[in-house]
Design a protein around this ligand. Sequence first.
Ligand code: PEP
Ligand code: MG
Length: 596
Amino acid sequence: MFKGVAVSPGVAIGVVHRVESVFGPAEPEYLAAGADPGAEISRFEQAVQRSAEELDKTIEKVATEVGAAEAEIFRSHLTVLQDATLLQQVKQKIRDERLTATSALHEVVQAYAAAFARLEHDHFRERLADIRDVIARIIGHLQEPDRSLPTEPTLSGEYDPSANGTTEPVVLVANEILPSQAMSLGHLPLAGIVTETGGSTSHAAILSRSRGIPAVSGCVGVTSALRNGEVIIVDGREGVVLVRPDAETLAAYRKIQREFVHIKDRLIRNRDEPAASRDGVRVELLANINTLSDAKAAVQVGATGVGLYRTEYLFITHPDVPNEEEQYQAYKAVVETAPNRSVTIRTLDLGGDKTVPYLGHRHEPNPFMGWRSIRLISEHPRLFETQVRAILRAGAHGKVSILFPMITTVDELKRVRQMVDGMKAELAAARVPFGRDVQFGVMIEVPAAAVCIDSILRDVDFISIGSNDLIQYLVAADRDNPKVAHLCDPLGPAILRVLKMILDACSKTGTPVTVCGEMAGQPRCVLVLFGMGLTRFSMSPAFVPTIKALLARVSTAEAERYAHHVLQAKTADEIRQYLNERLRDVSRDFEFLEIH
Ligand code: PEP
Ligand code: MG
């Protein structure tokens, strides 16, 4: 048994499929008997050729859209492609060891990684990152030789359920899953995910949750302890992974699994009912989305709009960098699909655990405290202006709001507001249609902004509380680090007091406020937030039916009483226990669906 961090509720039972990283399978893959290694080598050469052509185009586009210095990064990728030794090593492995091209590439990059690990110098680490990037690109071409538009490497190509020789559902086991890889998970018949790294609000975790895939992170040693094809149970509520279970354990977990599915199926029937508390106070249950297909999911579960559209995935999964027109088309499609055509579009929130190669993100000692999010604007004003123009233009097609993440000071806020006004004036002067009533808001996720909330509220139309970041910064514990995950607790008394302070300030000024961090989809937290006066919750679409059913069974007076009680409490455990009892009073179902 492995004990990790519960990141996505539900129970999965399936067979292990290990993935060491995006760059290849954990175990070597050989050419079929009788297959010609020469043919595999020419397939490899073609993929290299296509990657080079693709890089040429990328260099040109990044130079226009971002800058010449950023384009240099891809020029260095081109030199990796021209590295005769590296190419030779791959070919040799195909010829002599009869490895597939993908597997040979993987082995070569592993050898480089091992050699570079001995050299303690940033230059080598960066060089390795370049090599990995290039290799991922070649693998992409090996997997999809005919693709016209290059895409980011995904897990899909490496993943072949039939290769397991079984029709059992598959549980992906990996050291880590990058946000860009996690994007492709939704299209795979994955039953569960287990990783060694990551915390409950890591972006990859948020993505598995939004796909409704049970997941556990922080299971140290799990990748080396398991073999492909072994049966495994993932309990995403308790954060437990059971390996090679006996018949009795399997039967017990199958029962829990059935119950979970049954409750979910029953809850989803409320999709067309309005969201309100038992005494009729209306609430907005909005969806957090990353892609167009998430916007469709938002409609299916009965969300009333999109409360947070994380646009960075458009950038992460783009082969180079999306220009204004591409962004406009993507945002417009989301607006036209979203429930009530209502979408809050967040500007680029890169850095931390989400990076793109062209912004020159390299190794920072504290990436979450470093050069991330809106802080990139001074160096890349054009990138942000382009995005704001695209968002404003998409505003002509629905009810669009623009949201700036990680605002820390009033100066920063004034600067972005001025920029938005400037872009509006430009679009108006050029007679380009745009949404004149696009609302302007900022995320409150840095404690400094929370403390000065009164000053912030003077300059915004609305705010959205990013509790994932607000919590990690308040408790000084990295949201991605499983070792300190216990501190990132949304039910901590300090967190609840700060939230209360922000909500009170908004209520005084009548400023609309949403909570869009993960806690907005967690039953216990919702009881408290509603009791503190919050009526706008934005969450992974999968949680909308649960939260709607929960609020329909709670009155405002009851929730206020709960909030009042927990605000007096001194520890998170005390608060959790109290709220568990309240949930059980409402219905055992809600406690069952919670992460424990
Ligand atoms: C948050 O920080 O709570 C949030 C919603 O943004 P993200 O998780 O994308 O950082
Ligand atoms: Mg955030």
